[in-house]
Design a protein around this ligand. Structure first.
Ligand code: PMP
Length: 375
């Protein structure tokens, strides 16, 4: 199988699996138990917390463990909006956000919050000048992703943080899910940052919300109060320790992978750009390529590639089961026909030269097979 859907999820590192299995066997205790086994497990939990914050260069932040970025985004945004609604009602959000952000805001709009969308440039980046023009005393939240999950555009996180320095009332949330192990950002000063372990070769079911101030967040469900009274429920220690391991490895391996992925990116682009009716979107990271078979349907291309044992996706896995249009491409002003024919190819450290050759060969075969519908 040739796997090109790493933006949906990645294969765990062998080392992360080793950590997961070992902790599952030797520290399966509840980190909230006060006996020695529980306390030893809690020590491991705290070591993982410290390590994660260290890797992000945020030792002065707090880190709440969650089940993944969906939960982290929910805790950050829902709790924050509840706390800040007496200061204002306006939320500024990029048009590029993941459903786990957009759908929270949709819901809050019905409850009287005002959601304003920050424009996107043709390159799929948040337009910072437009953001600045939307800032006023009623704004309480700005939420932007660090790397887009559909085309891989890198967002101006640091520039936005600078633009917000005169607005101390504004909470700045960054969904860094697709950035970890791919692009280094300075998150210092950002109010909250979400991550998800399975996007950087950890195991599924673990994520984190890093917070400048712990009191910025509020629980969205109630229970024993395990994680700072913010996230109740027995902590998934094996997955959390595996996440800390995967995070270190993915950040350490970042520069090694980059050149190889750039070469793969170049190979795919060169071969596909030569073909009529193929449109390739701009990107910012080498491991994501969004290309369109203009005139065809993206699902048809995905299924035809899948028959050849090559796995790609249409949009994000979270949206592909619904008949939604692709918000990122729409926001960039891409033609509907191009959007309909688009597929996402996403690579990782595990992608090999042979995978890329097979992908290119299969893309060309599919191109021939469906040639009559292409524009
Ligand atoms: N944000 C972004 C940008 C994502 O790509 C994803 C996963 N597709 C999420 C949030 C949600 O992550 P999870 O499914 O791990 O909760």
């Amino acid at each position: 199988m040739h796997y090109f859907d790493n933006a949906a999820t990645t294969k765990p590192y062998a080392e992360a699996m080793h950590t997961f299995n070992k902790v599952n066997e030797e520290y399966y205790f509840n980190t909230a138990s006060i006996h020695k086994a529980g306390r030893d497990s809690a020590k491991l939990l705290e070591a993982s917390r410290k390590q994660i914050l260290q890797v992000f260069g945020l030792p002065h932040y707090q880190c709440v463990f969650t089940s993944g970025a969906t939960e982290s985004n929910n805790i950050a945004l829902q709790g924050m909006l509840r706390r800040k609604k007496r200061f204002g009602r306006t939320i500024l959000v990029s048009e590029l956000e993941h459903p786990s952000v957009i759908n929270i805001l949709d819901h809050h709009q019905k409850e009287g919050f005002k959601v304003k969308f920050i424009r996107t440039t043709e390159a799929g980046r948040v337009d910072v000048d437009h953001l600045k023009s939307l800032l006023d005393e009623d704004v309480i939240l700005v939420t932007v992703m660090a790397v887009n999950n559909i085309i891989g555009s890198v967002q101006p996180v640091e520039e936005i943080r600078e633009a917000l320095t005169d607005y101390p009332k504004v909470h700045f949330h960054v969904d860094a899910t697709q950035a970890v192990g791919k692009v280094r950002f300075n998150y210092d000063g950002v109010d909250s940052v979400s991550i998800s372990a399975h996007k950087f070769h950890g195991v599924k079911g673990a994520g984190a919300l890093m917070l400048k101030e712990i009191k910025a967040a509020e629980p969205i469900h109630y229970g024993g109060g395990h994680e700072f009274d913010i996230r109740s429920g027995t902590v998934n220690l094996p997955a959390v320790t595996a996440m800390a391991k995967a995070l270190r490895l993915s950040v350490e391996g970042m520069s090694n992978d980059k050149e190889r992925l750039k070469d793969f990116n170049r190979m795919i682009r060169e071969e596909m750009e030569a073909l009529r009716s193929i449109t390739i979107q701009p990107s910012g990271v080498p491991h994501i390529i969004n290309l369109s078979f203009t005139g065809a349907k993206g699902e048809v291309v995905v299924n035809a590639l899948s028959e050849k044992n090559v796995m790609v996706s249409t949009t994000s896995a979270c949206a592909s089961k619904r008949a939604t249009s692709n918000e990122t491409l729409t926001a960039m002003g891409v033609d509907k026909e191009v959007i309909d024919g688009s597929i996402r190819i996403s690579m990782s450290k595990d992608t090999t030269h042979r995978d890329v050759k097979m992908l290119i060969r299969s893309l060309k075969e599919v191109y021939e097979e469906i040639g009559d519908v292409l524009k």
